[in-house]
Design a protein around this ligand. Structure first.
Ligand code: NAD
Length: 502
């Protein structure tokens, strides 16, 4: 029997976290977190409704003046303590994240959890260094300076694919800059967001600074986005829901930060290291079972390498061990849910009409049949304008297409509505330099695909949204800029008064 994280007591008080306490929801709708590896309901709870959102926003508003008025050093100290407390809880976070998402333990342990905790440490430091222009006498008669001020209560909505990282990306820059926050995680994956907020209180961050409401998108999500007490909406999720969120947020004149879907191209020029490119494509397509907004989804391979690339990728995919996330030796876990597995299977099944499924294209049988598993899948011969090449599948599926000239490779890479991430593979610095300049995406990797780092921004171009997560750039999102212009002359009649007084 594989050991799993026991949640029965952990969240007995409820899956809402408001003003420093776990609490039940009051929507009247119940819901259960399901272990995607087994299909078992592991934790039933009552969802948040509009009244819970209202309470959470109230708690965040009450906490705002004192938190915004604390010094950057005070906030930084508290966040350093938060990082230290989180590190003590590493094992619990790894198990909880793997249980609710179906992530192999090694993925949670080596990527999600340490990456998120490093974000806390980064923002603890960055809180003391909000950048701005130097004060100066730009007019000659005034001293001008810029104040970077928090906005108030931030309302954030996050997806299920990286619940802890998304909580970190949303909460940390907001609170480091002096805002307070209400985060709505996906109701499929609330555990680690709740634990993250609890650890903040244990570290001495005041009650009400970080609040979590776990509810359905239509109810709690829309109530949060439309709430008049919320100054800014920060949303990560699909482009379709992002459009709806934008409509509601715009109606209440909120600042809006959108991190949306992706369809990352993976461009292999004919001088690339084939072995490196094949390994990079498989790892980049399969990480988190392909449920990654930056996953490699469209490999464009220059004709001389095409056949060898297809063969190498199919071979490597065949060696990836699909299995229980908690079992030793598992490389690839299930998808988040049976519904998501069926959605992915639908994309692949429709593609059979116009493309070739080189490997995969099925759910595994045997012991894995009850979980939401899907085999690593490679699809060749799909036209550029086909559904499998243009739409976000969000599963362990890679399409591969050939190209001839460099111009064509870059044009194909840019030929979807999305622009979140991309990679280019070549040994020629001029080719990689051109790809870095001309591919329209918020991140372009050269000879790698996927790594992220706390110091560097993450965010989209085009229909992948706008705004940056992580890095000092995210302070642009979570602060408002005030220009203060102070007269230095003391004169009653300023030179510019001539325009009025003659
Ligand atoms: P989703 O858009 O279905 O849901 C995201 C969140 O929005 C969830 O919390 C959901 O409950 C909520 N929601 C749903 N309807 C809502 C509504 N009407 N109003 C307010 N909130 C609502 O996305 P998902 O299926 O949870 O996650 C997968 C998607 O997220 C993919 O498209 C992926 O590319 C994207 N994603 C993007 C990034 C990024 O940084 N750009 C990162 C991770 C995931």
């Amino acid at each position: 029997m594989v050991q799993r994280f026991d949640v029965s007591d952990r969240f007995a008080a409820g899956a809402q976290y408001v003003a420093g306490r776990l609490a039940p929801g009051s929507s009247g709708s119940s819901h259960a977190v399901v272990d995607p590896a087994t299909g078992e309901r592991v934790h039933p709870f009552e969802l948040a409704g509009a009244a819970d959102v209202d309470r959470a926003v109230g708690a965040a508003r009450e906490a705002f003046p004192a938190w915004a008025g604390s010094t950057p050093a005070d906030r930084s100290d508290a966040m350093h303590r938060w990082a230290a407390r989180l590190r003590e809880l590493t094992g619990e976070f790894v198990y909880a994240e793997s249980l609710q998402c179906g992530k192999p333990l090694k993925l949670s342990a080596e990527f999600d959890v340490p990456g998120s905790f490093d974000n806390v440490a980064f923002f603890a430091g960055a809180a003391r260094q909000l950048p701005g222009v130097a004060a100066a006498e730009y007019s000659g008669e005034h001293t001008s300076y810029v104040r970077r001020e928090p906005l108030g209560v931030i309302g954030s909505v996050a997806p299920w694919n990286y619940p802890l990282q998304m909580a970190a990306w949303k909460i940390l820059p907001a609170v480091a800059a002096g805002n307070t926050i209400v985060l709505k995680p996906s109701e499929l994956t609330p555990f680690t967001s709740l634990m993250f907020a609890e650890a903040a209180r244990e570290a001495g961050i005041p009650d009400g600074v970080v609040n979590i409401v776990t509810g359905a998108g239509r109810e709690a999500g829309e109530a949060l986005v439309g709430h008049p007490g919320v100054a800014m909406t920060s949303f990560t999720g699909s482009t379709a829901v992002g459009k709806r969120v934008a409509e509601i947020a715009t109606g209440t004149v909120k600042r809006l930060h959108l991190e949306l879907g992706g369809k990352a191209p993976f461009v292999v020029f004919d001088d690339a290291d084939l072995e490196a490119a094949a390994h990079g494509a498989v790892a980049g397509a399969l990480i988190n079972s392909g449920q990654d907004c930056t996953a490699a989804t469209r490999a464009y391979v220059q004709r001389p390498l095409y056949e060898a690339f297809v063969a190498a990728v199919a071979d490597l995919m065949g060696g990836v061990r699909v299995g229980d996330p908690f079992a030793d030796g598992t490389d690839l876990g299930p998808l988040i849910s049976h519904a998501q597995r069926d959605r992915v299977a639908g994309f692949v099944d429709r593609a059979r009409a116009y493309a070739t499924v080189v490997t995969g294209g099925a759910a595994p049988g045997g012991d894995l049949a009850k979980g939401a598993y899907y085999l690593p899948t490679l699809i060749a011969d799909a036209p550029q304008d086909s559904e499998i090449v243009q739409h976000e599948v969000f599963g362990p599926v890679l399409a591969v297409l050939p190209f001839d000239s460099d111009d064509e490779g870059i044009a194909l890479a840019n030929d979807t509505p999305y622009g979140l991430a991309a990679s280019a593979w070549s040994r020629d610095v001029f080719r990689t330099g051109r790809a870095a300049r001309e591919i329209q995406a918020g991140c372009v990797w050269i000879n790698d695909h996927i790594p992220i780092i706390s110091e560097m921004p993450h965010g989209g171009y085009k229909a992948s949204g706008h705004g940056k997560d992580m890095s000092a750039y995210s302070f642009e999102e979570y602060t408002q800029i005030k220009h203060v212009m102070s007269d230095t002359t003391g004169a009653a009649r300023k030179p510019w008064h001539r325009t009025v007084f003659g």
